[in-house]
Design a protein around this ligand. Structure first.
Ligand code: ATP
Ligand code: MG
Length: 449
């Protein structure tokens, strides 16, 4: 009987049986009659033990000679309870046959020694094969699935929005311009304006796709291309929006903790903070936040990562990274900061009645210094107020005519938010830099590979 071809993730079902695995050689040790091959197949890692007496002479010689990253097919008996160092899962394969599919070149660029970040980024196409990147991107896949599951199960309809757009939606300074048959077009900074059209047909919608922003400064939290999920909800005021956001975020975190425990352990993530991410989340107004910041700045409080002094903040200005880090450090859960000054936010946010200098917006700041993961708000419902805001922001009226018209035919209070996938992955995995959260990051000064 030919042994079944299986994946390492299912190895436990086959203890004591002969199976075939297909994968890549990740590490090799051994001497004399015994070779230990650490083999990776995309679903897991296993130690394959090649003993000279159990295998043909040619196959043993091939194993001995085999360069790292060669592809191979191995057949052997699954042995339980092996405590191979550095190999999770506790199983090994006692090899009886070994077939080399492609013998890799000897000079695989990534070795066990420390490499610089630039070198690793140049070799991102290989770096992805490392255990750490593997763990991060598996966590990412689970986060994305949790996002979709929660929205799909809570009455939201997925409606995809365009990537090529005729106008700015989030400020004109971060636009990527392209040519649309002789007319300038821009890569989408958000799908929100289209989401707002879609709620009148579907009630609760979301779009989920790549988002493009020509960010002009290098930070640990900004990519040029990132993935954003944007729910938009009819008949929803700011207070209800925050309740939806906290349910959503806690579902994403708790699902990931449950389903990717092994990967988070491999990343040495201390998950105790994440376990506390359960509603309700604290809420702080922008006014209160500014007061806290200025009081602490006067006391000479310092903030991570470099323990620089917290700068004071003049009312009306947007937060910098140190302000976000400081505010988040006051709580052990994500915190909402609401009612920002209208002048620092996008044009479409509803002003607070009786206090138009602030808007009905809220950002969600992640704990442990990971910064803003969600930006959201109630949207302007009055067409005249909206037109005035478009003028005030120096935006052309014509491309927004359809958007303003939405308010003339059945306008309702509505709200929505955008959650950045890569920021969420950074936070949940505990990463220093956003570059590791996506397979091929697009960053300032890097378009390759
Ligand atoms: P920031 O102030 O950090 O630049 P923002 O106010 O521009 O954020 P929004 O326009 O509210 O962000 O976008 C919603 C979410 O998208 C953010 O909360 C964040 O999670 C994510 N996001 C925004 N810009 C980027 C970027 N350049 N790279 C990765 N994620 C981003
Ligand atoms: Mg921004």
């Amino acid at each position: 009987m030919t042994p079944p071809i299986i994946r390492i993730e299912h190895i436990a079902r086959y203890e004591g049986q002969e199976v075939t695995l297909r994968g890549w050689l990740q590490l090799k040790t051994g001497k004399g009659k015994l070779q230990f091959l650490r083999v990776r197949d995309g679903t897991g890692i296993i130690q394959a033990v090649v003993f000279r007496g159990n295998i043909s002479e040619e196959e043993f010689e091939a194993a001995k000679r085999l360069p790292l990253e060669s592809s191979l097919i191995i057949t052997g008996i699954v042995k339980g309870d092996a405590r191979a160092p550095g190999v999770p899962g506790g199983y090994e394969l006692d090899v009886r046959h070994l077939q080399v599919v492609q013998e890799a070149a000897e000079d695989y660029p990534i070795g066990p020694k420390e490499h610089g970040v630039e070198f690793l980024m140049d070799n991102r196409h290989f770096w992805l094969r490392s255990n750490r990147q593997w763990a991060i991107l598996r966590v990412r896949a689970t986060i994305v699935k949790a996002i979709r599951d929660w929205l799909d199960d809570n009455g939201f309809i997925l409606v995809d929005t365009p990537i090529l757009t005729p106008a700015a939606a989030e400020g004109t300074t971060t636009l990527f311009q392209t040519d649309y048959h002789g007319t300038p077009a821009y890569l989408a900074q958000t799908g929100q304006l289209y989401n707002e059209a879609n709620i009148f047909a579907f009630g609760k919608v979301y779009c989920f796709g790549p988002t493009f922003r020509a960010e002009k400064s290098k930070t640990r939290r900004h990519l040029q291309e990132f993935w954003m999920v944007e729910p938009e909800i009819a008949w929803c005021k700011l207070e209800e929006l925050l309740e939806i956001e906290e349910q959503f975020v806690s579902y994403i975190v708790q699902t990931t903790l449950r389903e990717r425990a092994a990967e988070l352990k491999a990343l040495e993530r201390d998950t105790s903070h994440l376990e506390k991410v359960i509603p309700p989340f604290p809420r702080l107004s922008y006014d209160e936040a500014v007061a806290c910041i200025n009081e602490a700045a006067a006391r000479g409080v310092t903030v991570p990562p470099h323990d620089d002094p917290l700068p004071p903040l003049e009312w009306g200005n947007d937060f910098g990274a140190p302000h976000e880090t400081f505010i988040a450090s006051l709580f052990d859960k994500p915190v909402f900061v609401h009612h920002y000054p209208s002048a620092v936010k996008a044009f479409y946010m509803e002003p607070e009645p009786g206090r138009p200098e602030v808007c009905r917006s809220a950002d969600l700041l992640a704990p442990e210094g990971y910064g803003e993961i969600i930006g959201g708000s109630e949207r302007m419902s009055d067409p005249d107020v909206l037109l005035a805001a478009i003028d005030r922001h120096g935006l052309p009226r014509e491309p927004y005519r359809w958007y303003i018209d939405l308010r003339r035919y059945g306008s309702v209070p509505h709200s929505g938010f955008g959650l950045g996938v890569e920021r969420t992955v950074s936070w949940i995995c505990g990463l220093e830099h956003i570059r590791e959260t996506i397979a091929f990051p697009r960053m300032l000064g890097r378009l390759n590979p």
